[in-house]
Design a protein around this ligand. Sequence first.
Ligand code: SF4
Length: 445
Amino acid sequence: MRTTDGQTSPDNSMRASFHTLGCRLNQAETASISATFVNRGYRIVDYGADTDVCVINTCSVTEGAEAKCRQAVRAVLRRSPNAYVVVTGCYAQVGKEALQGIDGLDLIVGTAHKMQVVDLIDAPQKEDAPRVVHTTKIARDDFSLDVIGNYSDHTRANLKIQDGCNFACAFCIIPFSRGGARSRKFPDILREARGLVARGHREIVLTGVNLGTYSGDGYDLLQVIQALEDVDGLDRIRISSIEPTTIPEALVDWMGTSSKLCPYLHVPMQSGDDDVLQRMKRRYTRADFASFIERVAERVPHVCLGTDAMVGFPGEDEAAFANTRLLLADLPLAYCHVFSYSGRPHTYAQRYMDPVPPAAMQARSRILRELSARKKAAFYRGFMGRTVRVLFERLENSGSYIGFSDNYLKVGVKASEDLSNRMALVRLHDVSGGLAIGEMVSSTG
Ligand code: SF4
């Protein structure tokens, strides 16, 4: 097993496995935590395999996400009753009382100590009751992460550059689970990026809670991207979810011309109704959001624009929902992730006394999911007959190599040669099973 310093650990070393729930930022953090275990001599095994330590990095964004976390803990304990089981992440921060009730769980680590998990279990011995390492004081200082993320897939890597949020949207628990906004130190971002590229990663996905508010060492997000473009061997930079009010015009223009910054933005809309947006304490109106999306679509050729919509926010009546549906239908969006409102402790929205009935929430959710599927299919169909640049990731059981285009089309190609981690030009001719199907035109390395 490789350590992050390129060394080999002995086969009789302790085994650790990892499971991530929730967002891309959690995935980035799991990769960092995993790297600290590798550096300590652990052998990383697949989640589900027999293990000595299992770390579950959790999510608390909805009640359903929390229930999945508890299920995951119980599943690990059933499978590996002797494993030392650790829960960290957002649910460990805001739901430690519920977790403490799970028999067999050994360690609960809140947000502030997440990166120290390996230090906290020096000699993993099952505990009689869960040990809790937790504080509500989450530092607001800029931070470093002294590791290179450990990913089993060597094509794309997530790179955490920011954490926390100061925006206090009325539905959102993240400012409580992760604390206030803070940025990763600029040189530390470049150091990890170079390390990831040296491991063979060709695409980096920038992650954070509120990426657009990045302000480390006097640099902003665009300056981070521009510096990363100069990292030798890095072919692609992608921005993960980013708040609509935090994207400067200069970044849109850069995306329109850069050969490395992917033409892709996931910009959460949440609602298309001004009254709901105001009650959500979002920082834009329906018209602001619409004009932003239209501007990006005009200025960034072939851009893939995605969004999130929340249904069932308290007070969302049929007219408000119709405003959301119609705006989504009208805008040049490629897809929409749909969430149902889930009341979260501590949040402002807990004060609202006009809940939407569950049946209405389910119906609205279904309508938007169907709309999203139609929009996605139309977006894919728009590229038939065109040639796109694809970075291939893996061979699937179907016999097709799967990869993503710059603008995030999921592409499948039949090929006799090994295309893993290769870039190629692909001419697309069909849409099937959620894939854009094509033929290789040429391999570009
Ligand atoms: S911007 Fe709003 S929704 Fe996003 S993390 Fe911050 S508070 Fe939550």
